[in-house]
Design a protein around this ligand. Structure first.
Ligand code: ADP
Ligand code: MG
Ligand code: MG
Length: 255
């Protein structure tokens, strides 16, 4: 049983005009086996939260804490965070030309476990996971994210999550750009990982659509860099019907 605890987190982003405060006191606790959805309008700071947890250098933590089972996560390097059990799927994943998906996965697994996985069982596991995500076997030989379609990027993320078996997975807009079939396949993947009851999932999304396939235990509405309201799955339904308008100043535009 693990706990990821975010306490009063304030984050500024580096801009040409200097640091710009984005997160204004985020409080959130996720335990193993729980799925939390963060929903909110565009520009509310959802991706900033994901990048901050990932250790992106552009995002400066100005105050607050993030701990994984009591250990300070923010003092760890990106690699150390992964080894500690954090998995972060970014809204805009980077391309790694010249590195195949197969090599990337094996290298990541080796780095996280501290030893190379046994070849036979690993190959079988990768094939099985790719199969379940309806990915063609030739996909393993392609360069990471190079020329991937939106759907391929998301499947690749879920493939990583299934194989790397993190303690906590942060999925930023995993639903964006997916058609209904891809959304179903990707959601099934997340649900397979969830069904083990061991991973904690933070599902960041603008739209309620993915929550029809992945039922969260908790929903947090994110507005202007902090959690404005919390509830259960019924809150997502309410947002689907009402949108974010009631959380925003009158006259503002919701995108
Ligand atoms: P969301 O993911 O909820 O749409 P973001 O975290 O991407 O929100 O952005 C929150 C706010 O921070 C926005 O106003 C955005 O313009 C600003 N922001 C985020 N990253 C940067 C950056 N690298 N440079 C300048 N502004 C940024
Ligand atoms: Mg956005
Ligand atoms: Mg975003």
């Amino acid at each position: 049983m693990s706990t990821l605890e975010i306490r009063d987190l304030h984050v500024s982003v580096e801009t040409k005009e200097g640091p710009k405060p984005i997160l204004r006191g985020v409080d959130l606790t996720i335990a193993s086996g729980e799925t939390h959805a963060i929903m909110g309008p565009n520009g509310s700071g959802k991706s900033t939260l994901a990048y901050s947890l990932a250790g992106h250098p552009k995002y400066q933590i100005t105050s607050g804490t993030v701990t994984l089972d009591g250990e300070d996560l923010l003092s760890l390097s990106v690699d150390e965070r992964a080894r500690a059990g954090m998995f972060l799927a970014m809204q805009y994943p980077v391309e790694v030309p010249g590195v195949s998906v197969a090599n990337f996965l094996r290298t990541a697994k080796t780095a996280i476990d501290g030893e190379a996985p046994p070849v036979r069982s690993w190959v079988k596991e990768v094939r099985g996971a790719m199969d379940a995500l309806r990915m063609d076997p030739t996909f393993a030989e392609r360069s990471v994210n190079e020329g991937f379609s939106g759907g391929e990027k998301k499947r690749h993320e879920i493939l990583q999550m299934e194989l790397l078996k993190p303690k906590f997975a942060i999925l930023d807009e995993t639903d964006s750009g997916l058609d209904v079939d891809a959304l179903r396949v990707v959601s099934e993947g997340v649900n397979r990982v969830r069904s083990g009851g061991e991973v904690g999932v933070l599902l960041i999304t603008h739209y309620t659509r993915i929550l029809r396939y992945i039922t969260p235990d908790f929903v947090h509405v994110f507005v202007d860099g902090r959690v404005a309201e919390e509830g259960g799955p019924e809150l997502a339904e309410r947002l689907e019907n009402e949108g974010y308008d009631r959380f925003l100043p009158t006259g503002s535009i919701t995108a």
